[in-house]
Design a protein around this ligand. Structure first.
Ligand SMILES: Nc1ncnc2c1ncn2[C@@H]1O[C@H](COP(=O)(O)OP(=O)(O)OP(=O)(O)O)[C@@H](O)[C@H]1O
Ligand SMILES: [Mg+2]
Length: 245
C-alpha cells in the first residue's frame, strides 16, 4: 500500500467561519437525527400494536438514545474545535471504537447491498485520542463510501483495516466505487468542496481538522481495479495488555 505523500499539507484547517461552522453542524447531526426519527416512529408502531410489543419498542428506544447521545457529542466536539480546544483524550482499543461505529451503519450497509470486510491487526492496538472525534471521522468516511457505492453496478465492497505501517498505526477504509479523479484529489479536503448535489463539502474538512489535531495524517489513494481508499495514521499508539489484577 502507498505511503503518505512526501510533503503533506499540514496547515491547520480552522472551522472559524460562521458558514463553515453551521455547515459542519448540519453535516454531523444529519445522520443521528435521521436515526432518531426512524426509530421513534418504529417505537410508536410497536406500542400501538395490540398487545403492545414492548421488547421491540425498548430496542428502538435504545437506538434513539444512542443516536441522540452521538448527536450531542458531535455538537460538543465541533464547538470545541471551533474554540480550538484540545481534544478530550482517553485511551481505548481502536478495534472496539471501529466496531461501535460500524454498528450504527449496519442498516445502511445492508440496505445498499454492500459487503463489509473487516481486517484488523492481530494485536489489540490502543490510541490515546478523543473517541467521539475518531467516531466522527469514521462516520464521515463510511458515509462517503456508501454514497460512492450505492449506485455502483460493480460489486459493492467496503473494507475496513488496521495495520502497522511506517512505524505508525494505520486505519484504512477502501471502497469499490467510482473513485476520485486525480484532478480532484488535492481539493477534496478543502472546506465546502463537494461534487454532490446538496453536499455540504464539510465531511472531509472535518476529518482532516480532527486527525491533524491528534498529530496524525489523512490521505487518499486509488484502489485497483476501481475505488477510493482513505488512510489515517497515528504515530502514538500502544499495545493493549490485560491487567494482572
Ligand atoms: N469514497 C469516495 N469515493 C469517491 N469520491 C469521494 C469519496 N469520498 C469523498 N469523495 C469526494 O470528495 C468530495 C468531498 O467529500 P466531503 O465528505 O467533504 O463532502 P460531500 O460528501 O460532498 O458532502 P457531505 O459530506 O456534506 O455529504 C465529495 O463530493 C466527492 O467528490
Ligand atoms: Mg461527505
Amino acid at each position: 500500500m502507498a505511503s503518505p505523500p512526501p510533503s503533506p499539507d499540514l496547515r491547520p484547517v480552522r472551522l472559524n467561519a460562521l458558514g463553515e461552522f453551521a455547515a459542519s453542524i448540519a453535516h454531523e447531526v444529519k445522520q443521528p437525527l435521521a436515526a432518531v426519527t426512524i426509530n421513534a416512529e418504529a417505537c410508536m408502531k410497536w406500542l400501538e400494536q395490540d398487545p403492545p410489543r414492548l421488547e421491540q419498542a425498548r430496542a428502538a428506544l435504545r437506538v434513539v438514545m444512542q443516536a441522540s447521545t452521538a448527536a450531542a457529542g458531535m455538537v460538543r466536539s465541533l464547538h470545541g474545535m471551533a474554540c480550538q480546544a484540545a481534544p478530550e483524550r482517553s485511551t481505548f482499543i481502536v478495534e472496539d471504537a471501529l466496531r461501535e461505529v460500524l454498528q450504527l451503519m449496519r442498516g445502511e450497509l445492508r440496505q445498499h447491498g454492500i459487503t463489509m470486510i473487516e481486517d484488523y491487526a492481530a494485536a489489540p492496538y490502543q490510541l490515546t485520542a478523543d473517541r467521539v472525534q475518531l467516531a466522527q471521522v469514521m462516520l464521515n468516511l463510511l458515509l462517503n463510501a456508501i454514497e460512492a457505492l450505492k449506485d455502483s453496478a460493480a460489486p459493492r465492497t467496503l473494507a475496513l483495516k488496521t495495520l502497522l505501517a511506517d512505524g505508525a498505526l494505520r486505519i484504512s477504509i477502501e471502497d469499490s466505487g467510482a473513485g476520485i479523479p486525480a484532478a480532484l484529489a488535492e481539493r477534496i479536503f478543502e472546506p465546502l468542496f463537494s461534487t454532490k448535489p446538496g453536499g455540504t463539502g464539510m465531511g472531509l474538512a472535518i476529518c482532516r481538522s480532527i486527525v491533524q489535531a491528534h498529530g496524525g495524517q489523512i490521505w487518499t489513494t486509488t484502489v485497483q481495479p476501481q475505488g477510493a481508499a482513505f488512510h489515517l495514521s497515528f504515530k502514538e499508539y500502544t499495545v493493549w495488555t490485560p491487567s494482572r489484577s
